[in-house]
Design a protein around this ligand. Structure first.
Ligand code: GLN
Length: 457
């Protein structure tokens, strides 16, 4: 199979028509997606959009970096004229009136939006089963959950239904499904990518990130969507690195921590990740260094109160007047749990006790990473502490689902960047290695993932 780099060149040279690229994906969607349910909507104009790109190429006009590539977009990111329904009945009939910043950038680079992908309702979940329109399947491990909440985006990539997909990651929603589906995913540093046009789950944690089968495609997409936006005050004017120019840093210091092994429910995952880290370290001829992450075990207890409170406040606009239906009357169980929970813990009688405590522990976790990155460049660890459950399993308690996030939420709480790449398989199920680096060091994350990919990882 051709990789993204080869395909990008073939399209530009006219060796592969954008139209053929798109129609082949549309055919796969038609064939497979009834059972996978990766897409909620397929762009009816995708073929004519592709033809327009082919015409430009024929006329020898300059085309963008994503020319003719098929891009799938999570249902919480606004694409003008398409349903950004967050996989919720609340917004079932809602169509976006504008393009999110990231979509504008993708269109400016001649990427073709192939469709809108399924997800956990409003991004609340880690399995893809919380969609109001049916659960997504895992093309890499049939019968298992694909992970979430960007379930459809990961499944669309893993199932060969698009070139690159966009997801959003508040506590792991790009990395968790990338891990379970055996693909590459990246959560950018907080402020790297504009959130304008992303429907909030928790605005102090949310970032849009790419999913792809290879590191080049992931890097290409982050290069396109990064940058300061006048519509998103938290975006930074940091130079946009040329992510696609990978260079393995010399004398890179790899950090590892025992705490991940201790918290890993499935010891086979810890072993596989250990082996992977050893191979990478041997290849680089370095010795990993133990770091101390003192508060990581509190990450879930810290994350959820913050998400509940921020989500409660973000959902107040869904009162049934301006957009869709009243959320409390139309949403699913997990969304309602967060709204009611967020209202309760944010209420005056608790004096912000839980929320304030969470903010304090968030600082401690940030500090853990700040100290760690004084002595190491990257941290390598598992992505999810256990293997994905079988689709449709009735989980006893929401905490079982929340536990999937133990190793991904720390990066969101600290605002750092983190990527995921397949380390190997256990019982035929993909397991992802997580690569974390300090704020705005996506170049390091991508270079290490590229190294592992080139090693045959
Ligand atoms: N699983 C986490 C949650 O349910 C993460 C969600 C996300 O990153 N969107 O909140």
């Amino acid at each position: 199979m051709v990789n993204i780099k080869q395909k990008q060149e073939m399209i530009k040279k006219g060796e592969l028509k954008a139209e053929d690229n798109i129609s082949q994906f549309l055919a796969t969607i038609k064939k497979k997606d009834k059972s996978i349910k990766a897409f909620l909507y397929v762009n009816k104009n995708a073929i004519s959009d592709a033809k327009a790109i082919d015409k430009k190429i024929k006329q020898e006009k300059k085309v963008g970096k994503l020319a003719g590539l098929a891009i799938a977009v999570k249902a919480n990111i606004s694409v003008k004229g398409m349903p950004s329904n967050c996989a919720s009945k609340t917004l079932e009939k809602y169509k976006s009136a504008f393009d999110a910043d990231v979509i504008e950038k993708i269109k400016a680079e001649d990427g073709i939006i192939i469709g809108i992908t399924n997800c956990d309702e409003f991004g609340c979940g880690a399995s893809g089963e919380n969609s109001a329109f049916g659960a997504t399947g895992n093309p890499a491990a049939p019968g298992k959950i694909p992970g979430g909440s960007s379930s459809g985006s990961a499944a669309a990539v893993a199932g060969d239904m698009c070139d690159i997909a966009l997801g959003s990651d508040t506590g792991g929603s790009v990395r968790n499904p990338a891990s379970h589906c055996g693909i590459v995913g990246l959560k950018p540093s907080y402020g790297r990518v504009s959130r304008y046009g992303l429907i909030d789950l928790a605005m102090s944690l949310d970032q849009i990130g790419p999913l792809c089968k290879d590191v080049y495609g992931t890097a290409l997409m982050i290069e396109v969507i990064s940058g300061k936006s006048e519509y998103d005050p938290i975006t930074f004017d940091r130079p946009i690195l040329k992510y696609t120019k990978f260079k393995t840093p010399k004398d890179i210091k790899i950090g590892i921590s025992k705490v991940f092994k201790e918290l890993c429910k499935d010891k086979r995952i810890a072993e596989l990740i250990d082996k992977t880290i050893k191979k990478i370290a041997d290849n680089l001829n370095v010795k990993p260094k133990q770091i101390r992450l003192k508060y990581i075990d509190l990450a879930i207890q810290t994350y959820y109160p913050l998400v509940y409170v921020e989500f409660f406040s973000a959902t107040r606009k869904f009162d049934g007047r301006r957009y869709g239906k009243k959320i409390e009357d139309s949403c699913g169980e997990e969304v309602l749990r967060r709204i009611l929970g967020g209202e309760t813990i944010g209420a005056a009688e608790y004096e912000g006790r839980y929320y304030r405590k969470s903010l304090e522990v968030r600082e401690l976790i940030k500090n853990d990473f700040r100290e760690a990155f004084e002595s190491v460049d990257i941290i390598l660890c598992p992505t999810v502490p256990s293997l994905p459950h079988s689709l449709g399993t009735k989980l006893k308690d929401p905490k079982v689902m929340y536990a999937y996030d133990a190793f991904t939420v720390p990066a969101n709480l600290a605002g750092i960047c983190a990527g995921v790449i397949k380390a190997g398989e256990i019982e035929g199920i993909p397991v992802g290695l997580q690569v974390m680096a300090d704020v705005f060091r996506e170049d390091l994350v991508l270079s290490i993932m590229k190294l592992w990919e080139d090693m045959g990882g």
